[in-house]
Structure formats: C-alpha cells, structure tokens
Design a binder for this molecule. Structure first.
Ligand code: FAD
Length: 483
C-alpha cells in the first residue's frame, strides 16, 4: 500500500530529534537553522527545501533503525552523499529527515586476485582508487567530482566521467549492494561475484527512490601500462565539435575526449595562471591508454585528425606533471566559473556526438535569447553536453530564465535524437521534462518501479516521476527559494 505523506514542519523537529537520538545517539543528529539551510539543496542551488533533521548513521544497522522509525511515523526520508548532485536529487522535497552517509566511509575488504573491493557507501570515489593504487588498480568511473562525491551517490546517479567513454558508467562496475529498503529492511543484491544483475540494474540510477545503499562491491580495473594525453586548440567551437565527430568515427576509442570553450578557458586562465593561444574558442583534451607503445601511436593518429580538422595548436604531455597540467582546465573549470558570476547552474543533456556542432550553436543562441552567460565544459566523446549557465540569482527573473533556457536545450537534444540527461540524472530539475521524452504508458512503467521495492512515496519523494502524489502543490515554493 502506498502511504500519503504530509510535509513535516519545523515545529516537529524536537520530537523527531529526540526519538532518533534515542536510536543512534545524539552525536549523530544535526538540527537547527544553519543545518537546515546547508542541507536544503545539493549543487543545484536554485530550488531549495529544508529538512527538519539530518542524521548521520555509522552502520547499515543504524540506517535501518532510522528508516524503520521514519516509515512507521510517516516521515519522508532523503538519502544524501556528498551533496554534489546537479539535479536536486538530495533536496528534501517534503522536508522530513535527511539520511547522510557522511560517517559510512570504511573500506571493508578487497581482493586483488579477484579484482573487487567492498566499501561503505559514503566513501569518496577517489579513495577507492587510492586504496588499490599500490597494486596497480583503480575504480574506473571517475566523475569530475570524484574527490568528494560518494560511492553511494555515484551508484544512485549511475555517474559517468571523462574515462567512461572507454570504460563504461558506474552500472558496469557495480557487482553488488547492501541497502536498506524504504521500510527499513536490510537487503543484499549481488556480491563479490556479482549476481542479481536485473534487480541491481534497477537500483543503480534510481536516485535514492528505492532505498539507501549502505555498502557496495565494485569491480577493480587494472591500470593501463601507458597513458598519452594532448590538448588541441581551435578557432571555433563548431570546428572543435566537428573534430569530436571525426575522432569518434576514426575507429580508435580514446580513454577521454573532453571539450572546453573560451568562457571556461578564460575563467581557468585567470584562476590558475594558464595561457592559451590568442583566438582560441575551444579546446579538446584527448587521452589514449593501453599497452606500452600503442597509446602514444593512437594519440598521434588522433592528433593528425585534429590537425586535418583545423587545430591551431597541439600540446602533448611529456610526463605525469605535464599531463596533470593539461587536465587543469577540465578538472578546475567548473569551480573557476565562480569568478564569472555569483551563481552557476550546470545543465546536462546528451546527443549523438555527430550532432554537436548544431547543438552548440543552439546552446549559445538560447543563452543569448535568455540574457544569461553560458560556458561549455563536457564529455564530448559520448555526446554528453554540460552548458553551465552563470548569472546573478538576485536579479529578478534570472532563475526563471535559466530554467527556460534548460528546457529549450533539452527540447533540442530530444529533436536531435538525444535524451533529457547524460549523467546528472532527473532529480527535481528534470522531472517535468520526462513527459517530453516518454509517452504516458512508458512513464507509468517507470513510476511503478518503486512498487517492486515496496518503496512507497516517502523515500526521496517528488523525484524523477512528474506530479507524484502530494508534490505538485510544493513545486512553486522550491523554485528560486535561494533568493
Ligand atoms: C564539479 C562537479 C563535477 C561533476 N562531474 C560529474 C561527472 O563528471 N559525471 C557525473 O555523472 N556527475 C558529475 N557531477 C554530479 C555529481 O557529482 C554526481 O551525480 C555524484 O554521483 C553525486 O554523488 P554525491 O555523493 O554527491 O550524491 P548526492 O548529491 O548527495 O546525492 C545524489 C543522489 O543520490 C542519492 N543518494 C546519495 N547517496 C545515496 C545512497 N547511499 N543510497 C541511495 N541513494 C543515495 C540522493 O538521494 C540523490 O538523489 C558533478 C558535480 C559537480 C559539482
């Protein structure tokens, strides 16, 4: 049976804090105005809704106690990792209790011989790779947020990253999960040897709507013997994006193929003292990897394609330090945009890479129409677009302009045969847009997926599926609540 949840108001906080403190200890409960403000959004900051209480359990058992109590008391719950999500997934849409995985950060075991690792879900992605680096292994999914975003968040969002072009997204690297169902029961799907693939595929990418992942078994990937990296500068973004299509069709799959436009480069230049040739409108970062000798040869082939497509300057990394320098614009680009305006919203869509030139023209045109700044930094090789809008949210009408611009861009993505999201998920931001992509019957099937897990409506309510019960009347209040 599906439960109807009422919004839990701040006045309930003392009662809820006390009850949860009795279950898992007062030192694992956070409350008060500042906490409510901090946890009212993720990195998609233009829609906000504050929780009543935030809890930080230390184990699967503690998560289970909290969820069971919330379920019995009809209090909505919202799972949260590091809060780097870009579609409002960790925003507690109906208030209630945020369950943070901040204290679930242990690596529990690993086997290098069998190439798997078992960890708690709150551990930062990069720590997995650091732990097995001495054995010549890493965890392949590498979202650009990997130094902070959590394993649980990556699983919930089925995250991608620069190297997923060659190695696949998170789903291809998860062997099993332990999770707490929306009713508080502990469930295990798969394990070190895999298994339960069908059910696992429903959990990966479910954005916290079917339960809370507390532990996971992931595949380890052997480090390549050789990595070769280059940047290629172009006089126009359209030229650079045509080169992306040519590389994708070349028969060589790069390990990474990223693009940054002039607005990103100028922000990075100011922040990190880097220089790019005058007149550069876009830069590609191309990386190949593999066995010794092959990666460098493949990179040379791709560079030749770049020159044929009009690259004006090519830089090849001679050593690890130079390689890190070439990656600076990509790794620091989003943060550097804070120099351009007080608010940034990173949008996300996907299209076939061959349609990039047309798509980018639309992106610039839409931003101009709406009177907002836009910078592009994205995983170009898999057509994964990230227009980043920069603006001042305190100026009247700007938040609405940004939301309108996002909708126009998604409309174009769909027209070109793409999808509403490449990797940042649906969350709150894209829920309404799903109607443009799916017919009512398909959407109904997606909506009923929660029933397989008996998740009800209290587990991350109002996310993914448009017009979920009890959510419609809250929509306008979330929007622009940041101002
Ligand atoms: C600078 C920057 C760069 C980024 N680059 C990329 C990129 O390259 N590729 C990419 O895919 N994304 C990227 N992202 C988006 C974001 O980092 C990913 O979606 C990431 O996986 C979110 O992890 P998190 O721990 O921050 O999760 P949160 O933001 O805390 O949560 C995200 C969603 O997962 C749910 N959730 C969190 N933990 C759990 C759990 N244990 N069990 C069940 N549900 C859970 C939440 O309810 C929410 O719906 C980027 C974000 C930023 C700010």
């Amino acid at each position: 049976m599906l439960l109807g949840y009422n919004e839990v108001v701040v006045e309930d906080s003392a009662r809820i804090e006390k009850a949860l403190a009795e279950l898992i200890g007062a030192d694992s409960i956070l409350g008060g105005e500042a906490v409510r403000r901090v946890y009212s959004s993720d990195a998609y900051t233009v829609e906000r809704s504050a929780p009543v209480v935030v809890v930080l359990p230390r184990s699967t058992e503690e998560v289970s106690l909290v969820v069971k109590w919330c379920f019995e008391n009809e209090i909505p719950i919202t799972p949260r990792g590091a809060g780097t999500g870009l579609s409002g997934g960790a925003m507690p849409a109906l208030g209630g209790v945020v369950i943070s995985t901040k204290k679930l950060t242990s690596i529990l075991s690993y086997s290098i011989d069998e190439e798997w690792l078992h960890a708690q879900s709150g551990i930062a992605n990069l720590k997995l790779s650091k732990a097995v680096q001495p054995f010549g292994y890493h965890f392949a999914p590498d979202p650009s947020s990997q130094s902070v975003s959590t394993l649980g968040g990556n699983i919930a969002m089925n995250s991608g990253g620069p190297h997923t072009l060659k190695y696949g997204v998170t789903a291809q690297h998860v062997l099993g999960v332990k999770m707490v169902s929306a009713r508080g029961e502990v469930v295990q799907l798969g394990g070190p040897c895999g298994g339960d693939e069908d059910l696992l595929s429903l959990v990966v990418g479910s954005e916290g709507t079917v339960g809370i992942v507390t532990e996971a078994w992931v595949k380890l990937t052997k480090n390549p013997q050789e990595v070769a990296t280059a940047t290629l500068c172009f006089r126009s973004a359209v030229e650079a994006s045509k080169c992306v299509g040519a590389i994708v069709r070349s028969g060589v799959t790069p390990a990474a193929l990223e693009m940054m436009d002039a607005n990103v480069l100028s922000a990075v230049k100011a922040g990190f003292d880097l220089e790019y040739p005058v007149g550069t409108a876009a830069m590609l970062l191309v990386e190949t990897d593999g066995v010794s000798g092959v990666a460098l040869r493949e990179l040379e082939d791709l560079i030749q394609i770049g020159r044929d497509e009009g690259a004006t300057e090519v830089q090849v990394a001679g050593d690890e330090q130079a390689r890190a320098k070439l990656w600076t614009a990509r790794k620091k680009g989003v943060g550097a945009l804070g120099r351009l305006a007080p608010t940034v919203v990173t949008h996300d869509g996907v299209i076939p890479p061959s349609r990039l030139p047309e798509m980018l023209e639309t992106v610039y045109q839409v931003a101009e129409e709406e009177g907002i700044g836009v910078a592009n930094i994205f995983h170009a090789g898999d057509g994964n677009l990230h227009p980043i809008f920069y603006f001042d949210e305190r100026q009247e009408g700007k938040v609405d302009a940004v939301i309108r611009a996002g909708e126009k861009i998604i409309e174009k993505c769909l027209e070109l045969g793409g999808s509403v999201t490449g990797e940042h998920g649906i969350g709150i931001e894209k829920a309404d847009l799903l109607r443009s992509m799916f017919d009512p019957v398909s959407l109904g099937i997606h909506g009923r997926m929660r029933e397989v897990f008996e998740a009800g409506e209290g587990c991350n309510p109002c996310k993914i599926i448009p017009d979920a019960k009890g959510c419609i009347e809250h929509k306008m209040r979330w929007r622009g609540a940041a101002t």
